[in-house]
Design a protein around this ligand. Sequence first.
Ligand code: FES
Length: 231
Amino acid sequence: MNRYIFKILRFNPEKDKKARFAEYQVPLREGSTVLDGLFYIHKQVDPSLSFRFSCRGSVCGSCAMNINDSHRLACETQVKNLGSSIKIMPLRHLPVIKDLVVDMERFWQSYESIKPYLVSNSVNDKENIVSPAERKRLDGLIECILCGLCFGSCPVTALNENYLGPHALLKHTRFTEDLRDEYKGRLKTGVKKEGVWGCRNVFNCQEVCPKNLSPARAIIKTKLKVTRKKF
Ligand code: FES
C-alpha cells in the first residue's frame, strides 16, 4: 500500500460561501486509479464527498474532472503517475453543483443545438447502406463519449458562453461527413460565429481527449469544406 494526499476542491452550496481545498490521506494499492481514491474517501472518511461515475471503464465519460491541473477521466488515471500529492478539482467552465459535480446543462444544450442525429427525407423505410469507404469517413468522429474534458480544457468555452464547444462541433462534422444525412440546415447549425468560426485552434481538446480524437481538426475540416465550397 502507498499513501497519497488527495487535495480536493470542496463546495457545498448549502453550507459554503466559497470553495476550499480539503486534504485526505488515502492508502492505495499498485494499479489504483483516482476514482478508487475517491471511493476510499467516500466510504472511509467523508460520505458527503460528491462525484460522478458509472462505468469505471473509460466508456461513460461521467468521471471527467481536473486532476493535477489537467483534464482527465478519474477511472483511467492511475495514481502512481501523479506523485504523492494529487490535486482534484471539478471540470472547468461549468457551474459547480457540489464538490466535483458540475451542471452540464450548457454542455448538453449546445450539443442538442447541432441536431446530433441523422435526418432522412425519404419516405421509404429501406435500409440506407453505406460502403466501407463511406463509413471510413466517420473514423475519428464517432468515437466521442461526451465526457466534457475537451469542453473543460477549451479557453474559448471559458471566454464565450455562447460558443458551442469542441464536443458539439466534433459531432457537427460527424454529421456533415455522413453521406446518409439529408438535413438541409446541417451546415448552418455549426458554421457560425459561435460555432466553427469561434475556434482559435488551441488544440487543448486534442491533448485531453481520452479517445485520442481531435475536435480541433474536425473543426478545421468543416472550415475548409465551407471555404472551398465542396459540399
Ligand atoms: S466512470 Fe465511466 S468514464 Fe469513468
